[in-house]
Design a protein around this ligand. Structure first.
Ligand SMILES: *[C@@H]1O[C@H](CO)[C@@H](O)[C@H](O)[C@H]1NC(C)=O
Ligand SMILES: *[C@@H]1O[C@H](CO)[C@@H](O)[C@H](O)[C@H]1NC(C)=O
Ligand SMILES: *[C@@H]1O[C@H](CO)[C@@H](O)[C@H](O)[C@H]1NC(C)=O
Ligand SMILES: *[C@@H]1O[C@H](CO)[C@@H](O)[C@H](O)[C@H]1NC(C)=O
Length: 404
């Protein structure tokens, strides 16, 4: 977490530059430039696949329904794996008849078939199609891998569901470890029509849900709630006698909380939709955050009257929990961003917003503090400034809870 924030903070220094360049062009590999990719391999078609910088060269012979292919992709690390497969029953990973390649620790490239029946572990196994001529090679200096093979398909299978993936490590030179769960990884699937040569991606309801979850929670916990906290500081610093701060603060926080409740619901739904995918830190912070925020809303009804002797303790408690909720909310937005991996511009926009807000909050805190230090020397007409909602003897209680 600390690492993520530090890491993000470094990116902040690049902000002006990055806004100019505005990272938006995904890097395209040049692998479909030629249909002839070696002295022995010439294909009739090549499709640049929409994710993970990968491509598929292929030739389909319809008279014996044989697909000859070469799949090209850079693995996630130099000791990682690449995989391509056909899913005859569904559109996702489960059920895919795949081939997978990775460098063995002795330096040679291994190619294995995998009949993927569970998310983890996936172990080498025969597949339901006749497949032969498997081989793999390194291409270029970038550590990109290419796998070759021939597969005999059922004659009626002219549009197939293809699934591809890259991972970062392999256990015991045989079992591929889990791949990342970024947007690109989850979108790495689609159809390939062997007659028209067209490929398409799938809209994934989980991806839509993840985006909705991300937007809702960023707006509520990441924007509205911290903003509502700063509003309270703002009024305290500049309009201490103005009682409207209370209504502005409470309504911002209640709106933030309501959106947050809905966002939290989408998180629960996502958790139940994504069996086998665990984001423990993000989930635990989410649960703690939601519990504290609920407590904070409920505590509003237990607020002692302004002149009650426990009111200063309540204020202390309210501020403590409030800051904790804001901090956890922001941390969890960054956690979420590191899972969702949206375009960098989103990260930069949020970092800018939160930095400006933090600077504002800090200066308001200082000026409230300076104001509070000056007050005791001031005359009675300005004494009201200790607390905006204070009336009469409430001031006395408030003084004890002022940060000094
Ligand atoms: C397709 O396969 C058949 C049967 O093996 C063969 O006779 C024919 O030449 C092949 N067509 C092409 C274009 O390779
Ligand atoms: C189909 O034909 C191609 C091209 O002639 C050949 O390479 C392939 O082995 C054939 N498939 C089968 C299943 O015999
Ligand atoms: C590396 O190990 C694999 C799997 O045990 C084996 O098939 C291959 O021949 C080995 N290569 C070298 C160069 O030893
Ligand atoms: C990996 O290899 C080690 C040593 O050969 C063995 O003890 C261990 O059980 C293997 N792990 C798996 C998951 O196969």
């Amino acid at each position: 977490m600390a690492y993520t924030l530090n890491h993000q903070a470094k990116h902040l220094l690049l902000l002006p530059l990055s806004l100019l360049i505005f990272f938006s062009s995904p890097c395209h590999s040049q692998s479909c430039n030629s249909l002839t990719i070696s002295t022995t391999h010439t294909f009739t078609s090549c499709n640049q696949l929409p994710e993970l910088s990968s491509s598929l060269h292929w030739t389909y012979n319809s008279s014996n329904s044989t697909l000859t292919f070469a799949f090209t992709a850079p693995p996630a690390t130099s000791t990682g794996w690449i995989a391509w497969g056909i899913n005859p029953t569904s559109t996702g990973m489960i059920g895919t008849q795949a081939i997978l390649s990775f460098p063995h620790s002795n330096g040679s490239l291994i190619v294995h078939t995998f009949d993927i029946s569970s998310y983890y572990p996936v172990v080498p196994s025969p597949i339901m199609f006749d497949i032969w001529g498997l081989s793999a090679e390194f291409i270029g200096h970038a550590g990109t891998l290419r796998m070759f093979g021939n597969v005999k398909l059922p004659p009626e299978m002219v549009e197939l569901n293809q699934v591809w993936q890259v991972g970062s490590s392999v256990m015991n030179d045989s079992i591929p470890n889990k791949h990342a769960f970024g947007l690109q990884n989850l979108r790495a699937k689609g159809t390939l029509n062997l007659i028209t040569g067209r490929t398409s991606g799938f809209g994934d309801s989980r991806i839509r849900m993840r985006n909705i979850h991300g937007v809702m929670n960023t707006v509520s916990w990441g924007i509205l709630v911290p903003f509502g906290g700063v509003i309270a500081r703002f009024f305290k610093a500049f309009r201490p006698a103005d009682g409207t701060w209370f209504y502005v603060h409470v309504s911002t926080q209640l709106i933030g909380y309501s959106v947050g409740v809905a966002g939290w619901g989408t998180g629960l739904k996502l958790g139940s939709m994504s069996k086998g995918v665990k984001h423990t830190t993000h989930r635990n912070i989410g649960i703690a955050l939601f519990s504290l925020a609920t407590l904070q809303v409920l505590a509003l009804f237990l607020r002692p009257k302004q002149d009650h002797k426990y009111r200063s303790y309540w204020n202390l408690y309210h501020h403590g929990v409030g800051y904790a909720v804001i901090l956890m909310g922001i941390i969890n937005v960054f956690e979420g961003l590191s899972i969702l991996k949206p375009r960098k511009a989103w990260n930069y926009t949020y970092i800018t917003f939160i930095t400006v807000l933090a600077i504002l909050a800090f200066s308001l805190e200082i000026s409230t503090w300076i104001g509070a230090r000056r007050k005791p020397k001031a005359n009675t007409t300005t004494e009201k400034h200790y607390d905006s909602t204070s009336a009469g003897n409430g001031q006395h209680e408030e003084q004890q809870s002022l940060p000094a």
